[in-house]
Design a protein. Structure first.
Length: 149
């Protein structure tokens, strides 16, 4: 199972790496668009276009900052096998595979899906401290934990 966990961990790093690249490219495009606007006789149009480009750049800068912070957290994560659910644990339940690390949502990898949860998410909090054989009630369903690693 350690190999599978390592693969999921690397898949999460790849998703974050892609997000970082996308945000950097989008910031660059927005900056170029702002700088490329030529002043015309319609001054308001020029100022509006520059302001919109700046807003887009700022939004992408926030996304980049968030992705970089998440990457730092992920790189510091201890993914050694666990017996109790904690940050860095992979959980197989009767319904789904989960990885407690950062909130990336569902990722498909090699024909299997895994939900990446933040330990501070509602379901992540509910799972913390549980072990194989325990159950968690969530959204009107009961998840039975079959494995923690």
């Amino acid at each position: 199972m350690n190999q599978v966990k390592e693969q999921w961990f690397n898949a999460a790093k790849q998703v974050l790496s892609d997000r970082i690249k996308t945000a950097e490219k989008a910031m660059k495009r927005a900056q170029e668009a702002a700088q490329g606007e030529e002043k015309s006789s319609a001054g308001d149009k020029y100022e509006t276009a520059r302001a919109m480009s700046q807003l887009e750049r700022d939004m992408n800068a926030k996304q980049l900052d968030q992705a970089l912070k998440e990457m730092t957290l992920l790189e510091k994560l201890d993914i050694q096998n666990k017996t109790v659910i904690a940050n860095g644990a992979a959980i197989r339940s009767d319904k789904q595979l989960y990885f407690i690390c950062i909130g990336l949502g569902k990722i498909e990898f090699e024909g299997e899906s895994c939900i990446f949860l933040s330990p501070s998410s509602p379901l992540g909090k509910e799972m913390m401290g549980k072990k194989a054989g325990d159950s968690v009630s969530w959204n009107g369903q009961t998840l039975t934990i079959s494995e923690v690693y």
